[in-house]
Ligand binder design. Structure first.
Ligand SMILES: [Zn+2]
Length: 374
């Protein structure tokens, strides 16, 4: 399938849109949520389960797979789709965020980023071309360019430097990508923090390079909601309408609704899967903390309105018992519920855009979430 992004429906009075991202391994209906499979596995679930829950893509982590088992090794085993036996689209991140998370172990140079492996401390250096090369070896459908991420509230000069590095590296990744014969996507990541002039410069320079999609980077890391919304609105105005937009790592429903309203199409987050393993189960009536003693003889499902395989069959009492006894099945059943909750939310949000009722959907959800947090 040729790569493209088709906007099917857009909403009057909002930038929300329903679309289809076409990739070599199938189409992704948007707005979409990518379950996180850093090591090539959504923790706790088989790929059949992930697929049956309605996931159209997963996010794998370039940095982790580059270290172990190695990009060349994955390539030798037929590429990432074959190796992990997931036939649908795979998005790989650039690994940049993981590298910068190493803190003092990572140092940005003109040509790339030097860092020490978190496994054995071995010294590594990756250029934008190397990061692209890793993702090409993995055989990802949507590849992300290496960007320069700086923490929130960094001095403006530092944010400005990061913007210049991001632009330079994106150009190099794009030049290397254009020499490849592939239908995969290459997406750029805009930076600039919450400084409008810097965000504008970065977004304009990157859109001029005509990438297949754009992540709005450097957000969700401590800025005020108003700053987040303003940056999303600015990005919405500057980014081309016919390319998908991706907000990385943003997982709270209220943030997702506000972002979709401002034209974002794709999200990923560890929240549903990580919280499931911690026994925090999502419902629109609030979080069910399954370890609570009050559930010890509660024969109701986690959520009486939920149609997931866990809620159809098992009680809160049983799920609490599994959690308390540290049974592996606890993580499995909890993850099924939380992932269903997210994927079902996205499916309903998409339907609301298609039926031109997104604003009502958003308002209803926001009121429910407010009620829950009261
Ligand atoms: Zn459920």
């Amino acid at each position: 399938m040729k790569k493209a992004f088709i906007v099917e429906t857009s909403e009057a009075g909002s930038s929300a849109r329903a679309g289809l991202i076409q990739t070599p391994h199938g189409a992704i209906p948007t707005p979409a949520f990518a379950p996180v499979a850093s090591q090539g596995s959504v923790k706790g679930l088989t790929h059949d389960q992930v697929s049956a829950l309605g996931a159209h893509l997963i996010l794998c982590n370039s940095y982790h797979l580059f270290l172990r088992p190695g990009a060349e090794a994955v390539r030798a085993m037929g590429g990432l789709h074959a190796f992990i036996s997931w036939p649908k689209p795979i998005l790989t991140d650039s690994g940049g965020f993981q590298i910068y998370s190493l803190g003092p172990l990572a140092r940005v140079r003109r040509d790339g980023v030097a860092f020490a492996s978190h496994l054995d401390g071995s010294k590594l250096f990756l250029t934008p071309e190397d990061v692209l090369g890793i993702q090409l070896l993995l055989g990802s459908d949507i590849m992300m360019v290496l960007d320069h991420f700086v923490p929130f509230a960094s001095p403006e000069a530092k944010v400005g430097d990061a913007v210049e590095t991001t632009i330079r590296w994106a150009g190099r990744a794009r030049d290397a990508f254009l020499k490849q014969e592939t239908n995969a996507h290459l997406w750029a990541i805009t930076q600039g923090g919450v400084v409008p002039d810097l965000r504008r410069r970065c977004t304009e320079e990157l859109t001029a390079m005509d990438f297949d999609g754009y992540a709005i980077g450097g957000l969700g890391i401590g800025e005020a909601k108003a700053q987040l919304h303003e940056t999303l609105e600015q990005s919405d105005a500057l980014l081309p309408k016919n390319k998908p937009r991706y907000l990385m790592g943003m997982g709270y429903l209220a943030d997702i609704l506000e972002a979709v309203d401002r034209g974002v199409d794709l999200f990923d987050c560890v929240l549903p899967t990580r919280n499931a393993r911690n026994g925090s189960l999502f419902t629109l009536q609030g979080i069910v903390t399954i370890k609570n003693k009050k559930y010890a003889d509660d024969l109701r499902p986690v959520d009486e309105t939920c149609n997931c395989p866990t809620c159809r069959r098992y009680s809160r009492a049983y799920l609490r018992h599994l959690y308390e006894r540290k049974e592996i099945t606890s993580a499995v059943l909890n993850t099924i519920h939380n992932l269903h909750f997210y994927l079902d939310f996205f499916a309903k949000m998409r339907q609301s855009i298609q039926s031109h009722s997104f604003q009502r959907f958003k308002l209803n959800l926001m009121n429910m979430l407010k009620e829950v947090n009261r």
